[in-house]
Design a protein around this ligand. Structure first.
Ligand code: HEC
Length: 456
């Protein structure tokens, strides 16, 4: 009888096993959606439909089952065989099983009294109430058609003291035409500029520590003035038009940004990005006209750390600007490599190509010869740019090599390919290409740089 009694309580979920009875929306599915989906799937958010209520979700059951089975929702593109990531969006096997059992069992609502409290989103910002919001100072007009070069907008912060960015989020004025934003922060110039000529890139001098990054032969920096063809001589570059907002001469380091699928970045407790007193933000805007004239005024929000962090994070990039992808090439490979000149800790990596990019891999070779595949993105998707945040930040002692490899499909097999007859070079526009990795790191010997005003 004991055995029978046991099976008769099959409706009770056994630990580690999917429940035997059909799960209901109210009791079993809503909590999963609230935890994993509704930050995007709610009114006014990036996803096309809300999943907050049974009524909202019910028409989408088939599509939900398809996407959850395929692993394409929630969106996540890193191969789980390499690395563990703090921002991993994947569902657990158990969560998947529950959603599928619900969908396959007729998707019942269940008892409305079982519904968990609707999640409250404290503000329009995904990161919650920000401490500061900085907006572009004009509604910038975007034409209905044509190509818009990168535009640059300066926004003074008027900060009277240094701030430490714990989290950031970018909101487009008009998301329909915004391809990407990078926000740079230019600290005030020193009162008396140094007379000494700046040292050449990568140069060492007795006063300066070893260069942080030494790029390998064949890893070319971004070519100036390149427009998607072979590099142009300066006299052939297009002059700025009356509505152009060209790049200022000084930009400073990036402090935030937006790309499709990547809206926020939260730095771990004890780490933050410095925003120096008196900084001016520079919004680099990439607009892609889509048939309707519009205007844009984009904003960036920051949450500040309550105090100076133990560790200051910096943003850098590993690029190969020398790429040239022949027309029709189905799996063109581009490599980039650098050797790290000081002991650093790597916190995250953001692989970025345009629509011909199909795959990324990163390998680290430590000074003792050990190698480690730290991130693999086997099905790179331009629509889902992700800053992969390592669960265990990577310690990279001086002499470590970081090697990035990207593959491009410039053939007709790539459904996103805008023109299979064209050779492709580095360029700003989506039909041109990039081989760019954004990195956040900290310097072990100098966890926090001195306060602003003391020196540059
Ligand atoms: C980071 C934001 C984000 C998260 C998290 C997310 N989605 Fe989505 N979802 C989107 C966006 C944007 C689209 C539209 C683009 C696309 O179809 O890929 C979408 C599309 C979908 C679709 C396809 C709708 C159709 O047109 O058929 C389904 C189904 C879906 N999501 C279900 C889910 C479920 C279930 C979860 C949680 C388990 C989830 N999503 C989590 C952003 C998100």
């Amino acid at each position: 009888m004991v055995g029978l009694a046991y099976t008769s309580v099959g409706a009770q979920p056994q630990s580690g096993r999917a429940p035997a009875a059909t799960p209901t929306f109210s009791k079993d599915v809503a909590p999963i959606l609230y935890k994993n989906c509704t930050n995007c799937h709610r009114p006014g958010e990036v996803a096309p439909m809300s999943l907050l209520t049974f009524k909202d979700a019910r028409p989408w059951v088939k599509s939900i089952a398809t996407r959850v089975t395929a692993g394409t929702m929630p969106p996540w593109h890193a191969d789980p065989a390499h690395g563990e990531f703090l921002n991993d969006r994947r569902l657990s096997d158990r969560e998947k099983a529950t959603i599928l059992a619900w969908a396959n069992g007729g998707a019942p609502e269940g008892n409305a009294a079982d519904m968990p409290a609707t999640p409250t989103y404290s503000s329009e910002w995904l990161l919650g109430q920000p401490d500061a919001v900085f907006a572009m100072q004009e509604d910038y007009p975007i034409p209905a058609a044509g190509t818009v070069a990168y535009q640059y907008f300066e926004v003074p912060t008027n900060l009277t003291e240094d701030k430490w960015i714990q989290a950031m989020e970018v909101r487009a004025g008009d998301p329909a035409i915004l391809h990407h934003v990078i926000v740079y922060a230019r600290a005030p110039m020193p009162a008396r500029p140094s007379q000494a000529a700046p040292p050449a890139a990568g140069a060492t001098s007795p006063q300066r520590p070893a260069p942080l990054f030494q790029f390998a032969e064949g890893t070319t920096r971004i070519p100036a003035g390149q427009t998607g063809g072979p590099p142009l001589p300066p006299e052939e570059r297009k002059a700025p038009g009356p509505n152009d907002r060209p790049a200022p001469r000084q930009m400073g380091p990036p402090v935030g940004g937006f790309a499709p699928g990547q809206f926020t970045r939260v730095y771990q407790d004890g780490t933050a990005l410095k925003l120096a007193a008196g900084s001016t933000l520079i919004f680099q805007m990439h607009y892609t006209p889509n048939g309707k004239a519009t205007t844009d005024r984009t904003r960036i929000a920051f949450k500040y750390a309550p105090r100076k962090p133990q560790t200051e994070v910096h943003i850098a990039s590993l690029v190969n600007g020398g790429l040239h992808i022949p027309a029709g090439a189905p799996a063109h490979r581009v490599d980039a490599e650098m050797t790290i000149g000081q002991d650093i800790t790597m916190w995250s990596m953001l692989p970025h190509t345009h629509v011909r990019g199909i795959r990324w891999e990163y390998e680290v070779t430590y000074p003792d010869g050990r190698t480690d595949a730290v991130l693999s993105v086997p099905k790179y998707d331009f629509n889902w740019q992700t800053d992969y945040v390592f669960k265990q930040p990577l310690k990279m002692p001086k002499g470590t090599r970081l090697h990035a490899t990207a593959w491009y499909d410039n053939s007709a097999a790539n459904k996103s390919n805008p023109d299979v007859t064209k050779d492709v070079w580095w360029g700003d526009q989506t039909w041109e290409e990039m081989m760019y990795t954004g990195l956040t790191f900290s310097i072990d010997a100098m966890p926090v740089t001195p306060t602003a005003g003391q020196e540059k």
